[in-house]
Write a protein that binds this ligand. Structure first.
Ligand code: SF4
Length: 294
């Protein structure tokens, strides 16, 4: 929990606040934009959560925050409300109840999001959250984790602890395998790889040499740090300022990715987004046009 003595001056007065330890990962801003925005390179509370749903979202962001930089005094931060937020993850992203946001972002992955997929063929974890007993217990209740898919080498966080807890298979592309220990399956090449009838690995080198997006049911695209929605730009984008391997390669990867059909982009960093498939294809074309300009 955040320290009231370190409360940022940019916060609006009231019970919810961000303190000076914020690393500006943007998690709280996409989870609860009605409460949090950015000022002076960090997040702050621009409006105190006014109704029950806004309070719930603010407290979920408090639990997800990788650095414990969000505080909530009474009446928003009552013990029971905080406990309910802690036990709420993984939170379903839509009413299909298949894909869930894990919360519990890890500072070691600069607050990247990770995603839990409940499916008959074996549950998936896409990238690794911070390991906590509360989250592990909830994942266990949901049937555990069969496979842990790593989109790239930056967002691996506590994957070894999840592997140890659930005995899951850990998958990464050879380009990002490096010295990572306890990897069970290594993907090769740039062609899409069918991991299961409902699950495709789409290698997307660029952000890193071994970046991969994973596509579930031709609906949910787990974008890692390859692709996300930009709230500031108002379109789908890639991280030009955090492209660790090669921007031209990233552009070619994006063109190949745009040929696939999907509705959701669920990234590590940046905003998730959802569009009907035809509109998503149009948005991906906009992204490709933008890439040509930067
Ligand atoms: S989630 Fe935490 S670290 Fe990330 S921007 Fe919000 S307050 Fe800062």
């Amino acid at each position: 929990m955040a320290d009231p003595k370190k409360r940022l001056a940019t916060n609006l007065a009231g019970p919810v606040f961000v303190d000076a330890t914020c690393i500006d990962c943007a998690t709280c801003r996409w989870m609860a934009p009605e409460t949090f925005d950015q000022a002076d390179g960090q997040s702050r509370v621009h409006a105190q959560p006014g109704d029950a749903e806004a309070r719930r979202r603010a407290l979920l962001a408090l639990i997800a925050c990788p650095t414990g930089s969000i505080g909530a005094g009474s009446p928003v931060g009552e013990k029971a409300a905080i406990a309910a937020a802690r036990d709420a993850f993984p939170v379903p992203i839509d009413d299909r109840g298949v894909v869930h946001h894990c919360g519990y972002h890890a500072e070691s992955s600069f607050g990247a999001a990770s995603w839990f997929v409940k499916r008959e063929a074996g549950n998936l974890l896409v990238d690794s959250p911070r390991f906590t007993a509360a989250l592990a217990s909830r994942l266990e209740d949901a049937g555990g984790v069969a496979t842990l898919l790593l989109t790239h080498k930056d967002d691996v966080a506590d994957y070894r602890r999840f592997r140890e807890r659930f005995g899951c298979e850990v998958v990464i592309h050879r380009g990002d395998r490096g010295r990572l220990a306890e990897i069970d399956r290594v993907l090769d090449g740039e062609a899409p790889i069918e991991l299961a009838p409902d699950l495709l690995a789409v290698p997307t080198p660029g952000h890193t040499r071994g970046s991969v997006c994973f596509l579930l049911d031709q609906t949910y695209l787990f974008g890692g740090d390859h692709v996300a929605w930009s709230d500031a730009l108002g379109h789908i984008y890639a991280f030009r300022g955090a492209c660790w391997f090669d921007w031209a390669t990233l552009g070619r990867s994006m063109r190949r990715l745009a040929a696939h059909r999907f509705e959701w982009i669920l990234p590590g960093h940046g905003w998730p987004c959802r569009f009907e498939p035809d509109r998503m294809a149009e948005e991906m074309r906009r992204c490709l046009e933008w890439i040509e300009t930067v």
